[in-house]
Unconditional design. Structure first.
Lengths: 468, 319, 268
């Protein structure tokens, strides 16, 4: 059965006690009015999910559900410890595999999975970034399956997106329902941009003498996450640059300003590794900065997240994160992994092929809910077709049981009904680890659906942590 | 400020002003057709409008020979094939604003975005429900809202100067081109000069520049070609005159020069000052002697050069 | 051998460029087979950024040139003493795990013909197999200058049966990886061909990782292992990745290239 976060039988659970009244006393027409108001606000502010080249409305809104998702402080503190533990272990792993590779020498993770991984970046080997941090923003996707049971679905160590929704969802809720915030003690999240700026400044390279200049590097305004890039730059008070705005001169990076070149110390990049530097990676990249990697490796600039950080969030490497926690931290994992079958192991392969109808199968490098099979929802034909794909390249797949994702109350046409949710909190790693009390809750708006991705009919909610 | 940001702000200003110009051209054309007594009928006026907008050939590319009021409305307001249509300009201004979102206040972004959303709604309506004055009103109303938001909320920093530089150079260019419409209209019928029709056409231009009443405050009496031209070229109180527009550009360039100091080249400022001096050395009789069209062509060329110099000085991204 | 190197690359542009950024791997590797006397890199009108030794043990320097400029000359002048180590790369400090060099690239991607070639030979052990593979590639691709282009892949060169040292190296790398041996591309200089004629061009060969011996060089073009006639600069997955000079000019200009290499033995 699914864990219902609001109800235990007919009893309302503690976190949702006051929301229960709020919902019961809200007239239906009021709800519709507020929903329309929220939508108009999102559109006006311009938070749209730009999708170019697919026809239809190029400025799509991600559906926003006004019903918040609530955690008690005690629940959150436990989650927080687990998330920080995981972020620490992932960074320790990255530090290790780009130097001596102790965890591999110790036989705790297969060498092949790391060194033959497409995300493993030769150009970073032997380099230790400032403060030893490779992944400065770790987004960890978490699902709940019981009152005390949380599982990590996936780690995002490169450039996890979605934090702008966490901030805007809160902003809009506060604008529309100020009374809810006055009458409840909801921990704030709006300090996130300042903490992010401080985190980035704390990893400035040694060659930076003054107050570090931080910039956000975007692939440009056609990128679907451009809104988030410009939103964060705005709240952090830093420049939002494109590759062409930057250039390398005599071993340092500068940006082109109306008053001449200005030195840049820390680059929070929102472009993928292959596009960072055409001299080092893809020659045809027009998005990057020629010579950037040489400056990076010689300590002239910091890049967040470090190139090559993606080797830690690979779905195959994921299965070894509990092992990393034990190996580097000497601790037991506080958050559990979802049990995962890796199809390059013969026993796992046999089991998975025999039970496809009950399992979720994912591509190792896939994302966004594409390239996956949800066994219980798939037709016989779909399963047969997917089985052929697996047979052709078993290394490319992992399988997991279909998870009993918890449900959170959600506004639907008939009123309020349970819908499945997940959670992406954002852990910041610099001179210390920080986590704001909240995150992005994604909700599968279709009844019974377990897919929360915005590209496939998912929506978002505000996520509350109640002070006690 | 990033060079790219400065360039985007400058062009945002230009596109916003250009959207208004397209709407004003539309208004001039619509009013001129209310006088049915030219031999070639309406067609003549509309054609002159296209020539003034510099888009005679591209119009023909989309609509062929069919110069009708509805096609011109489409072309000047809705058509995305026309880079100077209201829709194109507003979309470019909004996209430019989105790119430099961090350099705009939320009020400005909000105003731009609302204009953009309403433009979309408008373009979905049936054409039979939309008339010319509605389109011009829409454009001037949103233009004023955005400009108001800029002046009320933006910091008076270099970004503000770049936006206003864009506005003022574009306006100098636009007023020149609108004045030139008159030239194109009259070109085939030189005997109309000084006729009642001639004066009516001058009035229309005043109206299109929202300067009809201001003109009367400033000059009074009968509308003559000399007075109108003086008002729109050399009068420093007239908000859209060439002198006022150029003066505003010079002022913004001076501010930038002072702010940036000697390390940043100031060729645009020097050129603008020189053009301003030459403009002020003219009186209206001299301009008519020289030929209005020749004078306007010179001036449009100068504005182009100043704009190029702004690019070289501030947007080229010297390493 | 004591060798003197002069390597000059001139970049000419049909219109002045705004700037040029380069990443240079033009300094000899540090290993038992070579000892550098003096070594000078200069870029006309250029500024040297910081240098560093990367995970593959190569010394990398970033250089930038500010325009407007229409010609840039990169000059290497050096003296080096080399020793024959029978191709074995000993005393070379690197941190990259050999497994990383199992990765295939467009230039070294395998196909049926390369697989067939790779499996046409037998070897007692890794080293033996590597020698056999090198000989097989030498036999399958005739040395014909001008037959291939810089972007020709291993598969294309094998189908053509002709190529230059770059093609031999790519084909050998593809074959070695097909047999489970990590392999990489090495760029450098060659003093003279086996018959003693001066080489006077940059050279390239492959290195194959063979168990306990580590990395061993194989020059399939010349059917030998690198000896004291070879100077090793740097390595990579394939020719573009191992390129001693990587650069990008800002500006719409077209670039033309002129390269002169001279390697001369100095008599004691």
């Amino acid at each position: 059965m699914f864990y219902n976060e609001m109800f235990e039988g007919s009893e309302v659970r503690a976190p949702y006690a006051m929301l229960s009244d709020w919902v019961d006393t809200m007239p239906a027409d009021m709800r519709q009015m507020k929903q329309a108001e929220a939508e108009a606000l999102f559109r006006r502010i311009g938070i749209t999910f730009a999708v170019y080249g697919e026809g239809g409305d190029p400025d799509r809104l991600i559906p926003f559900d006004m019903m918040p998702r609530v955690f008690l402080q005690g629940e959150w503190r436990r989650l927080e410890r687990g998330i920080k533990q995981r972020a620490r272990a992932l960074n320790a792993f990255l530090r290790d595999v780009y130097s001596r590779g102790e965890i591999i020498r110790a036989g705790r993770i297969p060498a092949r999975l790391v060194y033959q991984n497409a995300a493993y970046e030769k150009a970073v080997v032997g380099f230790v970034p400032p403060r030893g941090v490779f992944s400065h923003i770790v987004g960890i996707d978490i699902v709940r399956t019981g009152r005390d049971d949380f599982h990590v679905l996936e780690d995002n160590c490169r450039t996890p997106s979605g934090v702008s929704y966490m901030l805007e969802n809160r902003e809009i809720m506060m604008r529309m329902f100020p009374a809810l915030f006055r009458n409840n003690r909801i921990e704030p999240v709006d300090q996130y941009p300042e903490i992010l700026r401080r985190t980035l400044a704390s990893v400035a390279p040694a060659k930076c003498a003054d107050e570090p200049t931080v910039v956000i590097l975007t692939p440009g305004h056609f990128n679907s996450a451009y809104y988030e890039h410009s939103f964060l730059a705005n709240l952090m008070g830093v420049e939002l640059v494109e590759g062409n705005d930057l250039f390398v001169d005599a071993g340092l990076v500068y940006m082109r300003t109306t008053e001449g070149p200005k030195r840049v110390d820390v680059i929070y990049r929102r472009i993928d590794d292959p596009f960072l530097d055409p001299l080092c990676f893809r020659k045809d990249s027009m998005l990057g900065v020629p010579g950037l990697m040489d400056v990076y490796r010689s300590g002239g600039v910091a890049i967040a997240s470090a190139p090559g950080a993606g080797v830690a969030d690979d779905k195959a490497v994921y299965t070894y994160v509990p092992e990393m926690i034990r190996f580097y931290l000497g601790e037991e994992p506080l958050l559990q992994n979802v049990p995962t079958w890796t199809l390059w192991k013969e026993d796992d392969y046999k089991y998975v092929m025999a039970n496809l109808a009950d399992l979720v199968v994912k591509e190792v490098h896939g994302s966004g809910g594409y390239g996956m099979l949800i066994g219980p929802k798939a037709s016989k034909d779909e399963i047969a077709r997917f089985a052929d794909l697996i047979r052709a390249n078993p290394d490319n797949y992992i399988a997991q049981p279909t998870l009993a994702l918890s449900t959170s109350p959600t506004f639907v046409a008939e009123g309020v009904a349970p819908r499945h949710v997940d959670l992406r909190p954002f852990c910041l790693c610099g001179d210390r680890l920080e986590l704001v009390p909240g995150g992005l809750t994604r909700v599968a708006l279709r009844e019974g659906s377990l897919v929360v991705n915005s590209s496939q009919g998912g929506g978002v909610k505000d996520t509350w942590v109640l002070s006690e | 400020m990033l060079c790219r940001t400065a360039a985007n702000l400058f062009w945002m200003g230009r596109h916003l002003e250009r959207a208004e110009t397209a709407a004003r051209l539309l208004d001039v054309g619509a009013r001129m057709t209310l006088l049915p007594n030219t031999e070639a009928g309406y067609r003549n006026e509309w054609e002159s409008l296209l020539r003034a907008a510099g888009s005679q050939h591209s119009f023909a590319g989309s609509y062929g020979d069919s110069i009708t009021q509805e096609n011109i409305e489409s072309w000047l307001f809705f058509d995305k094939e026309n880079p100077s249509s209201v829709t194109s300009c507003l979309e470019q201004a909004r996209e430019g604003g989105r790119i430099v979102r961090t350099a705009l206040t939320s009020q400005v972004w909000d105003a731009l975005n609302v204009a953009f959303q309403e433009l979309r709604d408008l373009s979905r309506r049936l054409r039979s429900q939309v008339d010319t004055s509605m389109l011009t009103d829409f454009t001037t109303r949103h233009g004023a809202t955005v400009r108001g938001a800029i002046n009320a909320s933006q910091l008076r920093n270099d970004g503000w100067h770049f936006i206003n530089l864009g506005y003022s150079l574009e306006r100098a260019d636009a007023t020149s081109r609108l004045l030139d419409v008159k030239y194109f209209v009259l070109l085939p019928r030189i005997e109309f000069i000084g006729s009642g029709l001639d004066n009516y056409q001058w009035q229309v231009i005043l109206r299109a520049l929202s300067a009809h009443r201001a003109f009367h405050w400033a000059y009074g009496g009968e509308i003559t070609a000399g007075k109108v031209a003086d008002f729109l070229i050399l009068n420093g109180e007239s908000p859209r005159s060439l002198l006022s527009s150029l003066y505003e550009a010079v002022w913004n360039l001076d501010r930038l020069t002072r702010r940036y100091g000697e390390a940043v080249p100031a060729s645009a400022s020097a050129l603008a000052h020189e053009t301003l001096e030459r403009l002020m050395a003219h009186d209206i009789d001299a301009i008519f002697d020289e030929g209005l069209h020749e004078f306007l062509s010179w001036f449009i060329g100068e504005i182009g050069s100043i704009s190029d110099a702004v690019h070289d000085d501030y947007f080229s991204g010297r390493m | 051998m004591k060798l003197k190197i002069l390597h000059e690359t001139s970049y000419s542009y049909d219109a002045p460029i705004e700037a040029l950024a380069q990443s240079l791997r033009l300094t000899p590797s540090v290993h038992e087979g070579q000892r550098v006397g003096e070594w000078r890199i200069s870029v006309s009108g250029g500024q040297r950024g910081a240098g560093f030794r990367d995970g593959a043990g190569d010394w990398v320097e970033g250089w930038t040139v500010r325009g407007p400029i229409d010609k840039v000359v990169v000059t290497i002048q050096g003296l080096i003493e080399t020793r024959d180590t029978a191709g074995v790369l000993r005393g070379h400090r690197e941190t990259i795990n050999p497994l990383v060099y199992m990765r295939s690239t467009p230039a070294t991607r395998s196909n049926d013909a390369l697989q067939a070639l790779a499996h046409s030979v037998k070897g007692e052990d890794g080293l033996d197999l590597a020698h056999e593979l090198s000989a097989a590639v030498h036999g399958a691709i005739a040395y014909v200058p001008g037959a291939t282009e810089v972007w020709t892949s291993a598969a294309e060169a094998l189908a053509l049966g002709q190529g230059v040292c770059q093609d031999h190296a790519h084909a050998l790398i593809a074959c070695a990886r097909a047999r489970g041996l990590p392999a990489r591309y090495v760029s450098g200089y060659l003093h003279s061909n086996l018959d003693g004629t001066p080489h006077d061009a940059a050279h390239a060969w492959a290195e194959i990782h063979v168990g306990t011996l580590g990395w061993v060089g194989f020059d399939a073009a010349n059917a030998c292992c690198p000896d004291d006639r070879y100077i090793r600069l740097g390595s990579g997955y394939d020719a573009p990745d191992a390129a001693p000079v990587r650069g990008m000019a800002f500006g719409p200009s077209r670039e033309s290239l002129d390269v002169r290499v001279h390697v001369e033995e100095i008599q004691q």
